[in-house]
Write a protein that binds this ligand. Structure first.
Ligand code: AMP
Length: 284
């Protein structure tokens, strides 16, 4: 595996590969890698000639400074995992490489209503920071494909929209959520859960799996009511449970109002926010 810390070195290497006609698959991450991240890299390896993973804990997308400070950093283990699975290139920049002097921090991508609810409503500025770093990384890596997890449903929908608006050559591939054996969606933040919280956390995916079945039987309002009732335990604070069009992210009232429908939720256990979602209906 090649490891690059400097933009210029990475670009020189990718430039050589591209002139040889090779395709590039890119997986941006914030490290503390788990099987979910690994699945994205394996997908990139299947679909493209060279897999590029980046690890960069982007400060501009953290609305909560404490969350940034506590974000797990496990670079040595990450390098080991990436090497073992045969990743071709790791980009490990520091903040000055991503945000050099003169960087336009005022850049705001206009996502309209897509970014104003769910995560957008609960993490002010988060999507501005996310869009800033993804745009910068895509411009550096110039991949043919970017692989992103369904786990962060709103994020991947926004990036897909942004790439289209930018007329970028990069296409987004959405990859399925990898779960623990009890259903909990894998997340770098799961290591911060204590034993009791870790057990309770599986109620989130259980509720979503049930919602997937209930969507065939009940109105969406009823599906949502039932889900909120199940998640109503003292240890949980539900930021939102929304059922939306999986492409436009617009809220819908009826199952037939969209070709693809997704239920998205974020539940807080103390300071830890756990995101999960479930496609209730998918267009092929
Ligand atoms: P992060 O390091 O949390 O920023 O995530 C980097 C990428 O990994 C994003 O595209 C996430 O959606 C994806 N990802 C995170 N958790 C999972 C998971 N459990 N299954 C699949 N992809 C995931």
């Amino acid at each position: 595996m090649y490891l690059f810390k400097k933009v210029a070195d990475l670009q020189a290497h990718i430039g050589t590969l591209s002139t040889q006609g090779a395709t590039i698959g890119f997986v941006p991450t914030m490290g503390a890698l788990h099987q979910g991240h690994v699945s994205l890299i394996l997908e990139a390896q299947k679909k493209t000639d060279y897999s590029v993973c980046s690890i960069f804990v982007n400060p501009t997308q953290f609305d909560d400074k404490k969350d940034l400070d506590k974000y797990p950093r496990t670079t040595a283990e990450d390098i080991d995992k990436l090497t073992k699975i045969g990743t071709d290139i790791l980009f490990l920049p520091d903040a000055e490489e991503i945000y050099p002097p003169g960087f336009d921090f005022d850049f705001r991508f206009n996502f309209g209503a897509m970014a104003q609810h769910m995560e957008g409503a609960h993490r002010p500025g988060h999507f501005d920071g996310m869009a800033q770093v993804v745009k910068r990384l895509v411009e550096i890596v110039t991949p043919d494909y970017i692989f992103m997890g369904q786990k962060d449903f709103q994020q991947q929908a926004l990036v897909k929209f942004m790439l289209k608006e930018m007329d970028s050559k990069t296409q987004l591939v959405r990859c399925p959520i990898i779960r623990e054996s009890d259903g909990l969606a894998m997340s770098s933040r799961n290591v911060r859960l204590n034993e009791k919280e870790r057990k309770l956390a599986s109620l989130i995916s259980k509720t979503l799996f049930e919602a997937q079945k209930e969507a065939r039987q009940f109105s969406l309002q009823e599906v949502k009511r039932r889900a909120l009732r199940k998640l109503d335990i003292p240890e949980f604070e539900v930021d939102y449970f929304e059922i939306v069009d999986a492409v436009s992210l617009a809220q819908i009232d009826h199952f037939d109002d969209a070709q693809s429908v997704v239920a998205c939720t974020t539940v807080r256990l103390g300071p830890i926010r756990l995101l999960d979602n479930m496609l209730l209906k998918e267009a092929f």
